[in-house]
Design a protein around this ligand. Structure first.
Ligand code: ZN
Length: 143
């Protein structure tokens, strides 16, 4: 097996073809096919293949049938479950506004309130609270 370059996520949609993309880049058009024997690109891109949705069982079956080397098989099985996906899910879960439920990972720090909330959502909530505080027994507080 060829040496794999660092800085790429390797994955296989069908258990036969292996593609890589730069870490953190989710653009599927940039996925290039890799020849695992040489570790080098084959010159074909992910988009050139008409991959259909295959079940995990089919993918693993393809792998087992097509990969006689157990070590290589293990590596290919790992590509079926890219770790980065889980990491990015947890990242997004962390960067969530508790008030509106939207992700705030791309929000500028100036527009964040406490923690990972939108500043705007917190201001809105503070306003609503203040509004409710001014209302006593069906009458508005007179200042
Ligand atoms: Zn929000």
């Amino acid at each position: 097996m060829g040496k794999l370059e660092a800085g790429y996520i390797y994955e296989s949609p069908d258990g036969i073809h292996v593609f890589r993309r730069p870490v953190g880049d989710y653009d599927s058009r940039k996925k290039e096919e890799i020849n695992l024997d040489t570790g080098k690109p084959t010159g074909r891109m992910f988009n050139e293949y008409p991959f259909k949705e295959v079940t995990t069982e089919e993918k693993v079956r393809n792998l087992v049938y097509n990969t006689p080397n157990d070590m290589e098989l293990g590596q290919k099985v790992r590509y079926l479950f890219p770790l980065e996906k889980k990491a990015s899910d947890e990242y997004l879960k962390f960067w969530t506004c508790e008030l509106c439920g939207e992700h705030t990972h791309e929000v500028d720090y100036d527009y964040l309130g406490s923690g990972t909330n939108h500043l705007g959502c917190e201001l809105k909530e503070a306003e609503t609270k203040h509004f409710a505080d001014g209302f006593h027994e069906g009458e508005w507080e007179k200042d």
